[in-house]
Design a protein around this ligand. Structure first.
Ligand SMILES: [Zn+2]
Length: 142
């Protein structure tokens, strides 16, 4: 007995394939840079939606906080209750969002396929961006 693939099941297979591809494309397109909500209190700057941003980027709160401290050359802390980021310095909404944009470009988006489905790998003094979508590993120069 010879098994043949009917046109019908072939078309179904193609449909399924296209739907899978579509999901991936949508996933990439859907990523929009989150906007940091910023308030200034005296000489401090608070990112009120810090936790939501870290979740959107799929990054550890401390990792992301460390980036802001370095980029802005200040120290700060994560409020243990609200998980808001308190920066010990006065910065504008524009400046904070510029930093966030820089983080996303450098530490989040895969330079090969532009996916945000990535993880950061630290090995000794080297830091890599591993893309879970295309599998590429790119080194990040700090
Ligand atoms: Zn990639």
């Amino acid at each position: 007995m010879k098994k043949t693939l009917s046109i019908n099941s072939y078309e179904k297979m193609l449909d399924r394939l296209y739907s899978l591809i579509q999901v991936r494309v949508d996933k990439f397109r859907r990523f929009e840079q989150p906007i940091a909500e910023v308030i200034n209190v005296k000489n401090r700057t608070i990112i009120t939606n810090f936790k939501e941003i870290a979740e959107r980027l799929n990054r550890d709160l401390n990792e992301l906080a460390r980036f802001f401290y370095n980029d802005l050359a200040i120290s700060g802390m994560i409020d243990p209750n609200t998980k808001q980021l308190i920066l010990f310095g006065k910065f504008t909404f524009e400046r904070i969002n510029m930093s966030l944009k820089y983080y996303i470009k450098k530490y989040l988006l895969c330079p090969i396929c532009n996916s945000n489905d990535t993880v950061i790998i630290r090995e000794k003094k080297n830091i890599f961006l591993k893309c879970l979508a295309c599998g590429a590993t790119s080194s990040i120069v700090e």
